[in-house]
Ligand binder design. Structure first.
Ligand SMILES: [Zn+2]
Length: 312
């Protein structure tokens, strides 16, 4: 019965935005059955697409990449009160072993393909230097950039939501099927780009494209650069040296890099292509997950076109 009241509350909240925040935090304390906590933007998007207004999704305000986030005590409290805790898995939530969360509320969305996770090259995972210091862990975590894996994650989200709100099974199934079609279409377009570019060497700016490369057959070399930090001379030397062999003309970035970076890359005949993993919603206010992926696919397909124009 409680859950119906909560659903009703969500409905009423739409009509009166002033009480919205108060009501939702009150609700989090009194009825946890439809309060869904997530740890990255793709998961938030999947929950929203499948459950719509039937749940309240909690994705903390996170600066930068959510994979490097650790919950504050207040954020952890919200997770502990959730009726469903949706995790990426693949070591994404490195803070998980250090906190207490209700086991029966957690769902690891990459569990179904856990035997296909990629172990990382140790040399790549640690980034030195005061600006970009962070560690990637030994398991590659950007699971959803293989869109088949994204579909499996969305399916895990759907199954978990149906367990929490069985009465909504029909609606959630229907919404999932629509989402699945869109993800499948992205997957197919990426496969055809992958087929076309299988002999085109690429540079990847950051070690987040492992599953993407594996699924779509993109080959190339992975660096550990940030779009907003000018690489030092040592990094430029490293690039010049390795690209003497590789001869890549395209570098894949998570976001549009600084103009100084793109200019200097152009002097090395390396063009910039943005493929945004959409890990966070920051800067994605106007574009949802599917829209960001559509832009990514369009950006990537330009590689082939330009190659053709150049007669390659
Ligand atoms: Zn990194």
């Amino acid at each position: 019965m409680k859950r119906y009241i909560a659903v009703l509350l969500v409905f009423l909240m739409g009509a009166c935005s002033e009480v919205e925040q108060e009501t939702s935090s009150e609700k989090a304390n009194t009825d946890t059955s439809v309060f869904v906590a997530v740890t990255n933007y793709p998961l938030q998007y999947f929950v929203t697409r499948i459950a719509g207004d039937s749940v309240i999704t909690y994705f903390p305000e996170i600066e930068g990449d959510p994979v490097f986030w650790k919950p504050s005590s207040k954020e952890l409290q919200a997770f502990q009160q959730a009726g469903l805790i949706v995790l990426n898995g693949a070591s994404y939530e490195s803070w998980l072993p250090y906190v207490t969360l209700p086991e029966d509320k957690m769902v690891n969305t990459s569990y179904s393909f856990s035997n296909q996770l990629i172990r990382e090259d140790q040399a790549l995972v640690h980034k030195h230097g005061p600006e970009g210091e962070h560690e990637h862990g030994v398991t590659a975590f950007t699971t959803w950039l293989d869109l088949q894996q994204a579909i499996q994650q969305a399916a895990a989200v759907k199954d978990a939501l149906i367990k929490v709100l069985p009465d909504k099974a029909g609606l959630f199934d229907k919404n999932f099927t629509t989402l699945q079609k869109e993800l499948l279409s992205l997957d197919q377009r990426l496969r055809s780009i992958g087929d076309r570019l299988q002999h085109t060497p690429l540079l990847f700016s950051h070690p987040v494209y492992q599953y993407f490369q594996r699924r779509y057959g993109f080959s190339g070399h992975v660096l550990h650069w940030e779009p907003d930090i000018m690489p030092d001379e040592g990094q430029w030397q490293e690039l010049t040296q390795l690209n003497g062999e590789l001869k890549a003309q395209w570098m894949i970035w998570e976001d549009q890099p600084l103009t100084d970076i793109t200019r200097r890359l152009e002097t090395l005949n390396i063009h910039t292509v943005v493929f945004n993993p959409a890990s966070n919603r920051n800067g994605n206010e106007k574009q949802d997950f599917i829209a960001v992926m559509n832009t990514n696919v369009a950006n990537l397909s330009a590689i082939g076109r330009n190659n053709l124009e150049a007669g390659k």
